[in-house]
Design a binder for this molecule. Structure first.
Ligand SMILES: *Cc1c(COP(=O)(O)O)cnc(C)c1O
Length: 355
């Protein structure tokens, strides 16, 4: 593996206080960059001052969205130790996204090295207050200047870091979501299972419509029958009906969330029945009418879990658990957060320490 050159910034930015942090608005002093060109492969890994890219207007990514990314977090525990949550899993997924977009994969060890090297240089930016964290955004884009639809011959990998506040300023708060039977996010055979830029561009219109109707997120139904639950916003979706936790299976149209995987694993450890199976919106509505729809929540890196207090569908409003965070949702949140801040035994080996 080639060694990483480090060029430190000579003028450091002012850092916001932990209480002011939001999501994705401030970035640290440095960035990690690595180039790919045909014949040479991935080369010149380096840490350099955070700065804009100069780009030819014909650069392929700007026109045809040959771009993938991932998102994971580093946490500073009460013991002062900085830990990454399931970094290997995120590196692996970035490579899966690359494969689907015909982008040459990276050495997974180099992806992890980039996390280590950049967070090491910018470690003072990892906030201290419990609930805050450092968000890592590894990204790969087509860098070749040309017009035409084919894989580019050159690429750029970059990693940027953003200190982020707690997703919920005053404890976890239920959201209102709207199931849409007009728009779809993904279909089997499409790109719904990978983190590629175009998926998000295509989702904004439906999200805006939902916002105008007073909802925070869209509940995406399957792309063929508009019947089965897929995802909620940019999170995986889970429902608890009676004693069963149900989440849609990884059948090609949903993102294989790392949080989803972690939560399924905890549920099974706790002896709960956790099913990965198709679940229709009609089954959810029927359970709500029958009084067995206990809880519903989204899962993702940003929020860990996001309880759903209200579901809108075909003009009807379904209130879940009286609009409050359910006990299992809260228990899952507490368990994962305790692992992330190094407060409980990391029995599953999910955390890796900043060296
Ligand atoms: C990132 C993402 C998720 C959640 O994945 P995590 O690995 O848990 O953060 C779910 N759905 C979509 C569409 C996403 O982009």
């Amino acid at each position: 593996m080639s060694s990483i050159a480090v060029n430190r910034s000579t003028s450091l930015k002012p850092r916001p206080s932990d209480d002011q942090l939001q999501f994705g608005t401030v970035f640290t002093d440095h960035m990690f960059v690595m180039d790919y060109s045909e014949g040479k492969g991935w080369h010149d890994p380096r840490v350099q001052p955070y700065q804009p890219f100069a780009m030819d207007p014909a650069t392929a990514v700007l026109h045809y969205a040959q771009a993938v990314f991932d998102g994971c977090k580093a946490y500073r525990g009460g013991d002062g130790v900085i830990r990454f949550f399931r970094a290997e899993k995120h590196a692996e997924r970035l490579n899966q996204s690359c494969e689907r977009l015909c982008i040459p994969q990276l050495d997974p060890a180099m992806i992890l090295e980039s996390f280590q090297a950049l967070v090491k240089v910018d470690q003072d930016w990892v906030p201290r207050k419990r609930g805050t964290s450092l968000y890592l955004r590894p990204t790969v884009i087509a860098a070749e200047p040309f017009l035409g639809v084919r894989p580019a011959k050159s690429y750029l990998y970059f990693l940027i870091l953003s200190p982020v506040g707690p997703y919920y300023a005053e404890g976890i708060n239920p959201v209102k979501i709207l199931a849409t039977d007009t728009y779809v996010r993904a279909v089997k055979g499409g790109t719904g299972a990978v983190k590629t830029a175009g998926n998000y561009a295509a989702s904004i219109y439906a999200a805006e419509e939902a916002k105008h109707q007073g909802y925070t997120q869209v509940l995406w139904l399957d792309g063929v029958e508009h019947k089965y639950l897929d995802e909620v916003g940019t999170m995986n979706i889970m429902v608890k009906i009676g004693d069963e936790v149900i989440t849609p299976p990884l059948s090609g149209s949903i993102l294989p969330g790392v949080t989803r995987d972690s939560i399924l694993s905890l549920c099974r450890d706790w002896g709960l029945k956790a099913s990965e199976r198709q679940i229709s919106i009609d089954e959810v509505v029927a359970a709500a009418r029958g009084g067995t729809l206990a809880e519903m929540w989204g899962t993702g890196t940003a929020a860990v879990v996001s309880p759903v207090g209200e579901l809108g569908y075909k003009g009807e409003k379904i209130i879940i658990n009286q609009g409050k965070t359910g006990p299992l949702t809260q228990k899952l949140y507490d368990a994962i957060v305790a692992i992330q801040y190094g407060e409980t035994n990391d029995a599953k080996g999910w955390m890796s320490v900043l060296r």
